[in-house]
Design a protein around this ligand. Structure first.
Ligand code: AMP
Ligand code: ZN
Length: 494
């Protein structure tokens, strides 16, 4: 069978060229994609989730088209300092100090939280999820190679990338469209940066102060790698010196991604990435959602409604739907009214999906289903345009209602295409879960268990303890525990 990708050329907006380009994988049928993961020093906020969700949808759609995708998303568990310009304490070490726990406890706690939250939003797990601390040796090797090429220098046990030297033959600023001279003129020398030859240089290795807990031996000092280096090390290791797609939030374009390009170019002599994708920011109250300013909402606050910016709780599917109603390159404003509108829309969509099974078919169709299906693919092929896709899904809602009212008709074959296409785009590509169906299932389970609890009570009343024990034990074997209390019997599912 011809894979779907052959008839679906995807256009990706490449931040490097500033244009939409046709995606041409390095190896036909295969895609290597790297996305910068979270720094696990606090709970992820909804802004972080939005960026990761944009790439979850990219991953899902590429897979749907039949590409074999290796999707690498790292965990930053060391090296990210408070200030992105190599200043301040390591974020994880600082949290460990403040809470008087081990850095590994910080890492464990927030990695677990990250995974839990992403599960609630129905994310697909990446193919590989490597950690910075698991790749210290690889990072040291890259530093050695950059030093050998004369593009880095050692000062007091720290190693810095020499931006001016690099810029003599390559272009630092190629991604963020910055000019090194302008950068130097516009940068104020920060305290403690005196080790650097110029303020634009960035750390590849930092010597650890005596109180710094997270440290590793290296040829230059006991210390830790610079933040940008881990992504170069892990993307090269798992995707090769050159790979297809690199993603992250817009705020990572400079300096983080610019430095990744410089490191890889310095080390391997060519550009690491063919398509750079940047997801735009989630804002709230007119400002970027960020932990540092307190202007943020946590996913759990959305599920419970416990936040002053919202009037009620919302399900993960509704929040997911809300975010996908904006294109990933547009700024999205988080508002209560926006969420309420999304909830209405989401319910309307799900009602239509659930009513598909009741539609009666006819000899002929009066609706052009194939052309509608084609439009859904075209929306996603055009730089993963989820809002346009969702508009087409609502066109389907309109004609599902017309079919129910029998003002339009549909053949059996077309109804199958309609059902499949709705499933593909809603569930597989957008990753939305049909909440009403899920709750229907759990309602049915509760009904069945309640019935067994009543039968057990009757058995006990008749002193038929063999039967009542049998009901309890067999339910337990099926993973359903009964708990007898003074207010009756309740159950839990393991
Ligand atoms: P961090 O854990 O700070 O490295 O951030 C993880 C990811 O979330 C990065 O790709 C950031 O660009 C992204 N991010 C941070 N704040 C926002 C926001 N307000 N909206 C969208 N993405 C964000
Ligand atoms: Zn990164």
């Amino acid at each position: 069978m011809t894979p779907l990708y052959q008839n679906n050329p995807i256009k990706i907006y490449n931040s490097l060229s500033g244009e939409k380009e046709i995606l041409k994988p390095i190896n036909e049928g295969h895609i290597g994609m790297y996305v910068c993961g979270p720094t696990v020093y606090s709970n992820v906020h909804l802004g972080n989730v939005r960026t990761f969700m944009s790439f979850d949808v990219v991953f899902r759609y590429l897979k749907h088209l039949g590409y074999k995708v290796r999707f690498v998303r790292n965990i930053t568990d060391a090296g990210h300092l408070e200030n992105d310009a190599d200043q301040g304490e390591d974020r994880i070490a600082k949290k460990a100090r403040l809470e008087q726990i081990e850095p590994m406890e910080v890492v464990q706690r927030y990695t677990v939280d990250f995974h839990n939250i992403l599960n609630k939003f129905n994310f697909l797990p990446p193919s590989i999820e490597p950690t910075a601390t698991g790749h210290i040796i690889e990072q040291i090797e890259i530093i050695k190679s950059i030093l050998e090429k004369g593009l880095a220098y050692v000062v007091n046990g720290s190693v810095y990338f020499d931006v001016l030297e690099y810029n003599k033959t390559k272009k630092y600023g190629i991604l963020s469209k910055r000019n090194v001279e302008d950068l130097i003129h516009n940068t104020r020398e920060l305290d403690g940066q005196s080790d650097k030859k110029n303020p634009q240089d960035f750390a590849l290795w930092k010597k650890a102060e005596p109180q710094h807990i997270m440290r590793w031996p290296s040829p230059w000092s006991d210390g830790f790698p610079g933040w940008h280096l881990e992504c170069t090390a892990m993307s090269t290791k798992y995707l090769g010196e050159q790979f297809d797609i690199h993603g992250g939030g817009m705020d990572l374009k400079f300096p983080h991604h610019e430095c990744e390009i410089a490191q890889a170019e310095a080390c391997n002599g060519h550009a690491p990435v063919n398509y750079w994708m940047h997801a735009n920011m989630l804002i709230m109250n007119g400002k970027k959602m960020a932990k540092s300013t307190g202007n943020y909402i946590l996913p759990n606050e959305i599920f419970t409604g416990d936040n002053k910016n919202i009037t009620k709780s919302f399900s993960a599917s509704v929040a997911r739907f809300f975010m996908l109603q904006a294109h990933y390159r547009s700024i999205l404003d988080f508002t209560n009214s926006g969420l309420l509108a999304s909830e209405k829309g989401f319910n309307r969509l799900m009602e239509a999906v659930n009513s598909l099974k009741d539609i009666k078919t006819d000899q002929n169709s009066t609706i052009n289903i194939k052309s509608w299906q084609q439009k859904c693919y075209e929306a996603m092929n055009d730089d993963f345009n989820t809002p346009i896709l969702i508009a087409h899904l609502f066109d389907a809602v309109k004609f599902i209602n017309q079919l129910k009212e029998t003002t339009e008709s549909i053949s059996n074959e077309d109804l199958n295409i309609l059902q499949q296409t709705m499933h593909i785009f809603i569930n597989d590509v957008l990753g939305l879960e049909n909440v009403s169906e899920a709750s229907n299932d759990s309602d049915k389970l509760s009904g069945a268990v309640e019935l067994l609890i009543r039968l057990r009570q009757e058995a006990r009343a008749n002193k038929d303890f063999a039967l009542s024990d049998k009901i309890r034990d067999e339910l337990a074997a099926a993973g359903i525990q009964l708990q007898d209390g003074k207010d009756g019997t309740t159950f839990s599912v393991n």
